[in-house]
Design a protein around this ligand. Sequence first.
Ligand SMILES: Nc1ncnc2c1ncn2[C@@H]1O[C@H](COP(=O)(O)OP(=O)(O)OP(=O)(O)O)[C@@H](O)[C@H]1O
Length: 314
Amino acid sequence: MIRARELTKKYGDKTAVDGLDFAVKPGLVTGFLGPNGAGKSTTMRMILGLDRPTSGAVTVNGVPHEDSVAPLREVGALLEAHAVHPGRSARNHLRWLAATNAIPDARVDEILAQVGLTEVADKRAGKFSLGMRQRLGIASALIGDPPVVILDEPVNGLDSEGIRWVRHLCRQLADEGRTVFVSSHLMTEMALMADHLLVIGQGRILADDPMTEFMAGHAPSYVRIRTRDRVQARAALTGVAAELTEGDDELRVSGLGAEAVGDLLFDAGVRVHELTAVQSSLEEAFMALTAESVEYRADTARPTSDLVAQGALR
Ligand SMILES: Nc1ncnc2c1ncn2[C@@H]1O[C@H](COP(=O)(O)OP(=O)(O)OP(=O)(O)O)[C@@H](O)[C@H]1O
């Protein structure tokens, strides 16, 4: 369990993390999301005792991480810029970590096999591809068999097979009862991986919900209709549907299921060319939720999805 209370970090005038209160629970994969500059890395660094809070506190299993006696056996972490000596082999790097954390040497070969690096274990880490470095970083995080695992952008640089592997690994770690706290900018991956979401923007919590509740609350579903008889279709649905929105060549109906919409249109004699139940994606929900707190945005970038622009997400 990771517990933050009024966790705050200021850099001069800049408040990077602004009074965060949250609990990351064991047995779940908790996704940590936020736009660039939201304060995710700063929060993770404070959890790991690498940065001191300006005020407030964060504990891992009840103890501030810097007070931990054998830190790698308490929390395993992969940070974006993890340091491995380029001249050292993967095996020697892990052996050094094991030796300095009272972890048996036998664990090194075990963890190398688990992350798929056995064959390159004696290669210098400086020669590793980004994907191999990520795997070594994950091996370093897991070598102490920790109950709490923190992974900052773990799928960065991994190919499709590697991404699937990280997803399954996170699921397995959570199923073993560990606390798994993961950040990623890849929303499709997060949607598949996380049971719970903690979303921050400008250092503050925007959402702290189970994935299913988050999607129900922020990623609305609607029924898409394509028909040439738009006027008739609107007439049939007005007053029954919660909301009717006109798209370029479609009508979007919220507040009614596809069956009900189909029946109403059939009863009204409307010829329908498409009727689809649509669930907005996690990415659309995230963009809508964080639109106000995006720190850096290209002038030409549309801040939110077409859905938002067309008024279907509010
Ligand atoms: N050492 C520092 N000195 C000054 N400002 C900092 C420092 N570290 C972070 N910040 C600022 O604090 C804010 C939060 O940064 P942080 O790196 O935690 O965000 P993030 O959510 O991890 O972003 P990203 O997704 O881009 O990695 C940003 O505005 C950043 O510029």
